[in-house]
Design a protein around this ligand. Structure first.
Ligand SMILES: *Cc1c(COP(=O)(O)O)cnc(C)c1O
Length: 387
């Protein structure tokens, strides 16, 4: 089809990288459920030769996600962690990475228990502090790993400022954009070199598949990621690519609904006597509210809050929720609730959790697209158990 970069976002969700199948005109992408492809002749492979290296269903998803993020190259993986692990395989002993000190628990575990043991130095720095970032960069620093908003504390990193500083020091920047999705935030347009996604979350949006992605507009970086995707072999399977292609079509509609519901619930919680703090970048009480308005066009559907009390109150509250399902993960059409301290962030050492504020009173919600009145009624009856 014509250059899809000229089409608007909601149109690219449906059409970018996709089009009727050349073989039979199928309007929806066929699932090329094959491991291998026939050569056209001796020493003459077709466009594809082997599914680890490339597959037409996967290529459609990769092109679509690249377009959505404003990139030129997309790569999809079996999970978000597979995308992260593949990206981090680009670094080797003697290299130094600067990583935001508040991030997805699995990324923290991979960095501290796998990447660091390969002889790569990893420094965790509060990237809200540009002077601290500047001081942390050494001649060995190869990359800065950013996550914004952070999980679960909803802190923001100024993407334009960090990228500018990194560029001046010839350091690459990578941003985990899972929480807002390209519908609300496009890091490449703010100067970031690589965007990472857990497509498990908002991009697929239906809690029925795991997947990950890396997207860039830098040719040299794209070549390295493409090599690593094939060499390491963690690419997304064709059937899963089909599911993500199907899920992403409604991203614009879903993100609007997640955003509106979450903001309404955050405002309601802020006035509730059993709540001590609401961490939501869309609230004027958030210390980085102005930055949220500047670098993103919405706030997403996931945020955290603190209840009065600790472990016992959290247990009573979480066990009383009926509509909100007690589960890890986020970004699906259904509402989920969890306690990061005992669930998503349990792989983070206890003293680190406490130091950064992941304590027993902290609750994270992934607000779905149900009717907001029913969601508030559920939280209201459950909070009744702790006041
Ligand atoms: C879930 C998640 C990941 C990891 O993705 P998986 O698909 O679970 O491997 C990474 N970063 C963030 C912010 C996430 O929410």
């Amino acid at each position: 089809m014509a250059d899809s970069s000229e089409l608007r976002f909601a149109t690219r969700l449906i059409h970018a990288g996709q089009g009727p199948d050349p073989a039979h005109g199928a309007v929806m992408p066929p699932i090329y459920q094959t491991s291998t492809f026939a050569f056209k002749g001796f020493d003459e492979p077709g466009t594809y030769d082997y599914t680890r290296s490339g597959n037409p269903t996967r290529a459609q998803l990769e092109a679509c996600l690249a377009s959505l993020e404003g990139g030129t190259h997309g790569f999809v993986f079996s999970t978000g962690m597979a995308a992260t692990a593949t990206m981090l395989s680009d670094f080797c002993c003697g290299d130094h990475l600067v990583v935001h000190d508040d991030l997805y628990g699995g990324t923290y575990r991979l960095l501290t228990e796998v990447v660091a043991s390969r002889g790569i130095a990893v420094d965790f720095v509060d990237l809200r502090d540009l002077d601290a970032l500047d001081a942390a960069i050494t001649p060995a620093t190869r990359a800065i790993w950013i996550e914004t908003p952070t999980n679960p504390l909803m802190n923001l990193v100024d993407l334009a400022a960090v990228s500018e500083l990194a560029r001046a020091r010839s350091v690459m920047t990578i941003c985990d954009n899972t929480f807002l999705s390209p519908y609300f935030q496009r890091p490449l347009e703010l100067g970031v070199d690589v965007v990472m996604h857990s497509t498990t979350k908002y991009i697929n949006g239906h809690s029925d598949v795991v997947g990950g992605a890396l997207i860039t507009r830098d040719e040299a970086i794209a070549e390295r990621i493409g090599f690593l995707q094939n060499a390491l072999g963690a690419a997304e399977a064709p059937f899963d690519c089909f599911l993500v292609l199907r899920g992403v079509k409604t991203l614009a509609l879903r993100m609007e609904a997640h955003n509106a519901n979450a903001l309404a619930i955050a405002r309601w919680l802020e006035a509730h006597p059993a709540i001590t703090q609401v961490l939501h970048p869309g609230l004027p009480s958030h210390p980085q509210h102005a930055l949220a308005l500047r670098q993103a066009t919405g706030f997403g559907g996931t945020f955290s809050f603190r209840i009065k009390g600790g472990r016992e109150e959290a247990r009573r509250f979480l066990e009383a929720c009926e509509l909100f399902i007690l589960a890890e993960s986020l970004g699906g059409v259904e509402s989920l609730i969890e306690q990061p301290y005992t669930m998503t962030h349990v792989s983070m050492p206890e003293e680190v959790r406490r130091r950064i504020g992941i304590t027993e009173d902290l609750i994270r919600v992934s607000v779905g697209i149900e009717h907001v009145g029913d969601l508030i009624a559920d939280l209201d009856q459950a909070l009744g158990r702790i006041v």
